[in-house]
Design a protein around this ligand. Sequence first.
Ligand code: PLP
Length: 638
Amino acid sequence: MTQDWNISSAIQTYRTDRWGAGYFNINDQGEMEAYPEQDHQSISLPLVMKMAAERGIHSPCLIRFQNILRHRLRAINESFEKAISEIGYQGYYRGVFPIKVNQLREVVEETLDAGKPYHFGIEVGSKPELIIALALHEDPESLLICNGYKDRSFIELALSGVKLNKKTFIVLEKVDELDQIIDCAQRLKMKPILGVRLRLQTKGSGRWALSGGEGAKFGLSTSELMVVIEKLKSIGWEECLKLIHFHVGSQISDINQCAQAVKEGARYYAKLRKMGFQLEYVDIGGGAGIDYDGSRTSTDSSINYTIEEFSTSVVQSLYSICEDEKVPHPAIVSECGRALVAYHSVLVVEAFGTIQKSNGAMTEPGPDADKIVHQIYELSEHFDQENRRATLHQAQNLKEEASTRFGVGLLSLEDKAAVESGFWHLAAQFAEAFSPEESTLPEVIELKEQLGVQYVCNFSVFQSLIDYWALGQLFPICPIHHLNQAPNREASIADITCDSDGKIDHFIGEGAATRRIPLHQGVGAPYWIGFFLMGAYQDVMGDIHNLFGSVPEVHVFLDEDEPEGFYIEEIVPGHSIGDVLEDVQYQPIQLTRQLKKQVDEAIQSDLMRPNEGMALLHQYNEMMKKSTYLTLNGSDHQ
Ligand code: PLP
C-alpha cells in the first residue's frame, strides 16, 4: 500500500464518503467520526469507546447515535411534505414505524418522540408487537396499523385500540380473517377500521423480492379482494374499509420498481373509490433502501435513488393515477423501517489475533532431514522468478507427496511440518512476484485466498450480522482509528464462534465485492473495527449460537456544552452468561448445586482442598454475571 497515505486515501479506500451519507467520515486525526445532524457537530467513535470503557463497557459494543435516528425521521417526513407541496398533491403524509425492524424500547420511544410533530405512528405484525404499540402509541392523530396473520385475540386487542381512541387499522392478510373480525366487532358492539393488503403483480428487487408479486405469502389477490368487498356490502359495512396496503419487499434497489408498485396500488384505490368505498389512505409499505456499498446503483446492496427521490416518485405516481381516474388524493402512509433506523447504530469489535498460513522464512534443513525437505528448501532458496509458475507447481507436487508419504508412515512429523512451511514460504514469494495478468488466473486467486490473513475479532456473526450470514447482505466495515496510517495487511475477518461460517470474507468494494479488507498491523491494542449501518433488523434478529449473547450498548447524544461535544446518555448491558443459560433452559442456581455436589465429592476424596473447592465455586458463580464474549487486555466486561 502506498507510502503517500493521507486521509483522502483512507476515505477512498474505505469509501466512507460514499456510504456514510454525511453521517460518517474520517477526521484529520484518522479517526472515524459521526455527524449525527449532517453538519459540523461530530462525535469521535474511538472517544466514545474510551468513555464507555471508563464506565466498564468494552467491545464488542453497539453505539447508538440517537440524533441520527431523529435526523432520519425528520428527513423522511420532510421529504414527503416537500414532494407533496411541490407536486400540488392534496393529501397529506402519515408515516408509521414498522417495529419489527427494531423493536428495542429505546429505539421505538426515541422514534415516537421525534415523530410527534409529524404524527408518526406504529406498524405491528404480531401480538407481542401490538402489546408494545398499544402502550407506547399515545397520539390520536397518528396511525396504528396491524399487519400480519391474526387470530381472535390479536383482533380483539386491535379492536381495543379503537376503543382507546387510537386510529387502529386491522389490515386483512387473508379473506377468512374478515369473518373473525366481524364476529369480534359485533360482540363488542363496535365497528372496526379496516385495511386490505393487496398482492400486487409488481415485485421488488434483490434479496427481498419474494415479499411481492403474485407468489407472495401475504395479501389478497384481486378475486379475493372482490370476496371481501361483497361481504362488506352484504352487511352494510362499506364505510369500515379505509385503507389499502401493499409491500413489494425491503431494500427496493431500483426507483422504477417503486413507482410501478405505487401506480399499480393506486389503480386499486381509484377503482374502489369509484365503487363507492370511502377509502382515505394508501399505505405503500416499506422498501425504501439504503446504499450500503455506496455505489448508487440498483445492485443488491445499493439503491439508485435518494430519500427525496423516493418520496417524489411515490407522490408523483399517486398524483398521476388519481388525476387520471379523477378521484380524491388519499393520505399517503409509508412503513419505512430500514431507511429510518439503519444508519443510527455501529457495532465496534476488537481484533485481537491473526490466523495465517505463511510463517516467514524457512530454516536450512539438517543432514538428517528427508530428501523432500531439502528439495523444497532448494526451491524456496533459489526462487526462480522467470519460471515462477513451474516452480510453484513443483512445490505443490512436493507438498502433496509429503502428505501421501506421511499418510502411509514414511515421513516424520518434523519433516512434514518442514515441507509445509517451505511450501507456504514459497507461495508467499510467488504471490509477491506474479504479474498483473497472472492475477486473474484461478490458481493465483486461490493461492492468494489461502495465503490471506484472517483477523480474529471478539464478536459473533450470528448474533450481530445475521443478514450477512443468511443473505449475503454487505455492510460497510472500517477500522475506527489509525486511519491516518496506511493499512499494511489485506485480511478477512473471523469471529470467535466455533463455526466455519463465522467469518466475513465479502466486503464492499469498487464495483464488485472484494474478498479482503485493508487493515493495520502493529498499531497496538485495542485495534477497533466498526461495522456500520447496523440499526435495521440486525439489532434484534441475532441468534445465540455458541451462546454468545447480545452485546452491550451505549447511547450517545450530541451536546455542545460538553467538552467532547457529546455525552453517553445510557448504557444497556449485554447478555450475561447467566442470561443466555436461562434462555436455553438452565437455571444458574441449579447448575451451581450440581457442581457443588461434585466439588464436595472431590474434597472428600482428597482430590481438592476445601479452600480450592470453595474458590472454584465462587469463580463459577461470578462468571455467570459476566459477558459471554472474551475479556481482552485485562478489561473486565460488565
Ligand atoms: N411493512 C411490511 C409489511 C414489511 O413486511 C416490512 C419489511 O419487510 C416493512 C414494512 C419494512 O420494510 P423496510 O425496512 O424495507 O422499510
